[in-house]
Design a binder for this molecule. Structure first.
Ligand SMILES: Cc1cc2nc3c(=O)[nH]c(=O)nc-3n(C[C@H](O)[C@H](O)[C@H](O)COP(=O)(O)O)c2cc1C
Length: 460
């Protein structure tokens, strides 16, 4: 919607085969975007967004990694908590993080002990923010009780759902919060090693998290004796290789283990048989960061925000036809209309056509859904999903068939191929949306419908 096709054509005419089209770089708040690798013995990777072909040329010839202007996260209303340090604290400094309340939650966790931490997280009724809405307290409790050793904590920072960018912003702008939260998860569930699996297209997030880990280690907040507790805990970064499926927790374990990124059958569940076959807590970045406030406020008090079925706030990724795309923290239960309003509404007085909720794997809703409460139960009642917090807005001028064709193409390309309904079904679906005859045999899934040009219009 923001001219990415034209940008790709400009880049292809200037740089030829060095350009690869990507369906998603996790930058929907500021696209069109380019992920650039400057070759060399130690290749540099960086993202430019929004970007023009001239800017790419300039960045390639410059000797340093260009600084990308930060797009601010927005705190909205008294309920906003997760984003409060963003654009306020210095994200590269442990001292600044501490000045803004950082590491108080870890101190509290150490003071009250592992069982009480899990009790607070359970009392808060925190549900996972990665899409499946599983109760976090129950997950932590199950792992803590497992006699098998070692235990692991995995932070899922793969953020592979198109339209989502919340975890990237959290990692880039509040990396110490992510590290502190993983550490608390480790101490509470008896793990000595944690992993953070960062999406490969997020070099800035990786740099921010690596810097935070290094400073936390130097300050004794990670390592053989975390904050003088006598308990060891440390965190390793793993970079994803660009596969959507590796955001699924068991495919992610396989990926960390060096295997092909394909999901495992469940049961057994990760709490019993997770990473390296050991009891594992796996949580989304946003889920984990919520634990900090839960410990500071107390689980009961924290659970009073939001709704009965959806405690707390959520980070929503607003993009598409809104005046100010970006990351917005909104208390659970506010309406979809409110969320679009805080992003400035639809520009140029145009009418709303549809909203894609929850990401590419989510649900399209129409203008009749504007009063839907943004809560797990509100979405369920409307047969929709909040997924990973995507709110992608399409005004009356948007070509929805084009969008659908792109989504179908994405899932066709990203199917891991393990199961027949997906391996064949996503190809058929893409063909149908391209107006092709689905009965004519399976085409090479890597060719044929790269450019959703005019052919698909016959499907209307
Ligand atoms: C195809 C697929 C992709 C997924 N991608 C992600 C992802 O990118 N990030 C994420 O946190 N969860 C993702 N999930 C959900 C994870 O499997 C898992 O439920 C989540 O990491 C658990 O954390 P939570 O309880 O904190 O939400 C995905 C699930 C599926 C089926």
């Amino acid at each position: 919607m923001n001219g990415a096709d034209q940008l790709c054509r400009d880049l292809e005419s200037r740089f030829g085969h060095a350009v690869h089209r990507s369906p998603c770089l996790g930058q929907c708040d500021r696209g069109s975007a380019a992920l650039i690798t400057r070759a060399g013995s130690d290749p540099e990777r960086f993202v430019l967004a929004p970007v023009s072909a001239d800017e790419v040329a300039k960045a390639l010839s410059a000797g340093t990694v260009p600084t990308v202007p930060r797009v601010g996260a927005s705190a909205n209303g008294a309920g906003a908590k997760i984003v409060r340090r963003m654009n306020v604290a210095d994200a590269t400094s442990l001292a600044s993080y501490r000045q803004h309340g950082g590491y108080q939650a870890l101190a509290k966790a150490i003071e009250i002990g592992a069982a009480a931490v899990i009790a607070e997280v359970s009392a808060a009724r925190l549900l996972g923010r990665g899409g499946a809405a599983f109760p976090t307290g129950r997950k932590w409790d199950a792992v803590a009780r497992e006699p098998a050793r070692p235990h692991y904590v995995v932070c899922n920072a793969d953020e592979s759902e198109p339209g989502t960018f919340k975890d990237r912003v959290l990692m880039e702008q509040d990396p110490f919060a992510v590290i502190e939260a993983i550490t608390i998860g480790g101490l509470a569930t008896g793990a000595e090693r944690g992993f953070i699996y960062i999406r490969g297209e997020y070099p800035e997030s990786e740099r921010a998290i690596a810097g935070a880990i290094q400073q936390a280690r130097a300050a004794g907040l990670l390592g053989v004796d975390v904050s003088g507790t006598g308990q060891a805990f440390d965190i390793e970064i793993r970079r994803g290789g660009g596969a959507y499926i590796c955001g699924e927790e068991t495919a992610l374990f396989n990926s960390i283990e060096g295997k092909r990124g394909e999901p495992r059958s469940k049961p057994p569940f990760p709490a019993q048989f997770g990473l390296f076959g050991k009891p594992t807590v796996v949580n989304n970045v946003e889920t984990l960061v919520n634990v900090l406030d839960i410990l500071i406020d107390g689980g009961d008090a924290w659970s009073k925000t939001g709704t009965a079925g959806s405690a707390g706030t959520r980070l929503f990724c607003l993009s598409g036809h809104v005046v100010t795309p970006g990351l917005y923290e909104i208390e659970c239960g506010q309406t979809l209309r409110h969320a679009i309003g805080v992003a400035g509404g639809i520009p140029n007085g145009r009418a709303l056509q549809a909203v894609l909720l929850g990401g590419a794997a989510g649900t399209f809703v129409g203008p009749d859904a504007l009063d839907m409460p943004l809560s797990f139960e509100g979405a369920r009642a409307a047969n929709a999903t909040l997924g990973s917090g995507v709110i992608m807005v399409f005004d009356e001028t948007a070509d929805l068939m084009d969008t659908l064709a792109r989504i179908a193409q994405f899932f066709r390309d990203e199917s891991c191929g393990q199961c027949v309904p997906c391996r064949v079904g996503t190809v058929r679906q893409a063909e149908l949306l391209q107006g092709r005859d689905p009965g004519s045999g399976i085409r090479d899934p890597g060719s044929g419908i790269r450019d959703p040009g005019s052919a698909h219009h016959s499907a209307r």
